[in-house]
Ligand binder design. Structure first.
Ligand SMILES: C[S@@+](CC[C@H](N)C(=O)[O-])C[C@H]1O[C@@H](n2cnc3c(N)ncnc32)[C@H](O)[C@@H]1O
Length: 250
């Protein structure tokens, strides 16, 4: 069971909506790369490279992989003038680049895109195989608290942005429980464009508890070494609704 690609149908549209939303992630990873004196970064589920491209400045090599071709194509277009970066269309569940990296990142809650445990474990195994000696993996995810698993009875207003063609877009979301998978939400999204057009998409997200995450990490030889409540390094507590985790080999 794969996450639908319908929400990631256009790199240009993704950047118009989220292009300025990743400064905390970039700053966190920038500090981490410096702390580990890292020279290489693998960004798994990189999307349009919003995080990969700015981080590539101080590295000898940055690679992004993502299974959505419009996202990867736009990442390649945006980074055409950058020598030390490459983007590949690959599924995080079964990719093999034949090389290892100092830091592996996964931002934008893509950690929740792996619905079945088989896919989740396979992705973690692939990540582990691409971590060099003393390498670290950093991810973020929302946790299965009542607030995050709340369903809505219909579409509700979420946000607005200006599309790549300059039109105002109002975004509405409708949250439902996945019919076949526990602790999985289906977020239906509707974008209403000023000219009357509509675009419908959906995104399935699995909400795993810390205990489940730790146990899956350990089963593939990884361990959670640090966690925060967000990318601003707010201390993690039992009440935290999301996690930013730093992972190393066991
Ligand atoms: C919310 S976006 C985050 C993109 C990017 N990490 C960022 O922070 O802007 C999630 C991304 O995960 C990708 N994705 C989901 N499942 C994937 C899989 N199995 N393999 C590779 N990419 C995947 C989607 O195509 C999408 O680009």
């Amino acid at each position: 069971m794969k996450q639908s690609k319908s929400e990631f149908w256009s790199g240009e549209e993704y950047d118009a909506q989220y292009g300025k939303a990743y400064s905390n992630e970039i700053s966190f990873l920038h500090d981490l790369l410096a702390t580990y004196q890292a020279s290489s970064l693998l960004d798994v589920c990189c999307g349009t490279g919003l995080v990969t491209i700015p981080l590539s400045n101080n590295l000898s090599r940055a690679v992004g992989i993502d299974f959505s071709s419009p996202m990867v194509e736009f990442a390649i277009e945006k980074s055409a003038a950058v020598d030390n970066i490459s983007f590949c269309e690959m599924d995080a569940v079964d990719f093999n680049l034949g090389t290892q990296f100092d830091v592996v990142s996964m931002t934008g809650n893509a950690f929740q895109a792996f619905i079945s445990n088989a896919d989740f474990l396979s992705m973690l195994n692939r990540v582990k195989n691409h971590m060099g000696d003393n390498g670290v993996f950093v991810f973020d995810a929302r946790l299965p608290c009542p607030e995050n698993l709340e369903v809505t009875s219909g579409y509700q207003y979420w946000s607005s942005y200006i599309s790549p063609t300059g039109e105002k877009v109002n975004v509405y979301g409708w949250d439902s429980a996945h019919p076949q998978s526990n602790d999985t939400m289906v977020h239906h999204v509707r974008r209403d464009y000023e000219n009357g057009d509509q675009y419908h998409s959906k995104i399935e997200l699995k909400y795993r508890s810390i205990d489940e995450i730790v146990s899956c990490l350990e089963s593939v030889g990884l361990q959670l070494v640090r966690c925060y409540a967000d990318w601003k390094k707010t201390p993690f507590t039992k009440a935290s609704k999301r996690i930013v985790g730093v992972v190393s080999a066991l």
